[in-house]
Write a protein that binds this ligand. Structure first.
Ligand code: PLP
Ligand code: COI
Length: 355
């Protein structure tokens, strides 16, 4: 576990929020971090108070979706330390997205400093330990400045804002959710599905709406080439505990390399002794072997999937689709326990934000 001094008494009072009642929505906080890339260089970066961004009407971020973003959380440990979870993986993923979209990379040191400064400056908004809430951190990189033709921006803004949040799906803790297989594709095999870029999400809005019209929480996307193998949900990766005891996640070039999923796979093997597999999952051929399914991500954490709607009918998993099964419950406890500094962090995943 990361060790450091417990926070000192100079820290500001926490805001009087009803932390346990928070949902996943934007709550304004005082500060955000901003750095500008211009003439080939990043500015030092600074904390600012305005939650607005003024950009040129021709900005490539607005027209051609030259932008990418990240999502991670800060949580308060029992001793008051503020912990990030594997933030260098978010920094790395943003660098990859930047490269794919011909944007300048945000160096890891700038990314981490931006995240730490935004978290520290908004200390009063970090939910206390035991509240069940966390501070969601949204780093973003956008192409700004005057432009018209399809070309890369000349200026870029890296911004990090934060917002205290509760659960992504309505009920707290282990909410059991449902998915509906989408008739729309999210990402092509050699497209941009494996990058965290806004362009992947706008097209998913209608898919989510259609899934919700069917009574599901979210869309489940299949591979775009054959419409056969599981890719991922609209805002989360998928993991499956098979009836034969194996713990499987889809191998696909079109899904986001989720930090949460990579961590869960490690925990499933290391702490639970499960045989893990990263391979294509043929949904229709294998669904009868699914014991437990979950959607996983920073926002979704581990959300057990009770039911999936496929070809006009619902398929139910553990507990007739109503209950969180033991594998996902155990993994949830392990993951969240590490993220909140309650369990020993054997893999050194948590990152202490000095206060
Ligand atoms: N897949 C998609 C499409 C997402 O938006 C997210 C959220 O970040 C994830 C998966 C989960 O990734 P992570 O665990 O890194 O948050
Ligand atoms: C996250 O889990 O951090 C995400 O970015 C998902 C988003 C669609 C809310």
């Amino acid at each position: 576990m990361t060790t450091s001094m417990a926070p000192q008494t100079h820290l500001p009072e926490k805001k009087a929020l009803n932390w346990a009642e928070l949902g996943f929505s934007y709550q304004p906080t005082e500060y955000r971090f901003r750095a500008i890339h211009k003439d080939g260089h990043w500015s030092e970066g600074e904390l600012i108070t305005s939650d607005m961004i003024s950009v040129h009407e021709g900005a490539p971020a607005l027209h051609y979706a030259q932008q990418c973003f990240e999502g991670l959380k800060a949580q308060t440990a029992p001793d008051g330390r503020v912990l990030l979870f594997r933030p260098t993986l978010n920094a790395e993923r943003m660098r990859q997205a930047a490269g794919r979209l011909l944007m300048p990379e945000v160096p890891e040191a700038l990314f981490i400093r931006g995240v730490e400064e935004a978290v520290r400056a908004n200390y009063a908004w970090i939910p206390p330990h035991g509240s069940g809430a966390s501070l969601y951190i949204r780093p973003m990189l956008i192409g700004v400045g005057q432009n018209l033709g399809l070309k890369t921006a000349k200026e870029f803004e890296f911004r990090v804002f934060v917002s205290p949040v509760g659960p992504y799906y309505k009920s707290a803790g282990l909410a059991v959710i449902s998915l509906a297989v989408s008739d729309l594709d999210r990402a092509a095999p050699s497209g941009t599905g494996n990058y965290k870029i806004g362009a992947n999400y706008a097209g998913g809005l209608l898919a989510t709406r259609m899934a919700q019209d069917l009574g599901a929480n979210e869309a489940l996307f299949l591979d775009a080439r054959e419409r056969r193998y599981i890719d991922e949900a609209g805002s989360a990766n998928i993991v499956v505990a098979m009836k034969d005891g194996r713990f499987v996640t889809p191998a696909s070039t079109a899904v986001l390399p989720s930090v949460t999923r990579r961590s869960i796979m490690t925990l499933a093997e290391q702490e639970m002794g499960l045989t893990i597999e990263h391979r294509a999952i043929d949904l229709r051929a294998e669904i009868a072997n699914f014991e437990e399914v979950a959607a996983c991500g920073t926002a979704a954490v581990i959300s057990p999937v009770g039911r999936i709607y496929v070809d006009g009918q619902w398929h139910r998993f553990y507990g007739n689709g109503e209950l969180a099964g033991p594998v996902m419950q155990k993994l949830y406890g392990l993951l969240v326990g590490i993220q909140r500094g309650e369990l020993t962090d054997k893999n050194n995943w948590t990152h202490n934000v000095s206060l």
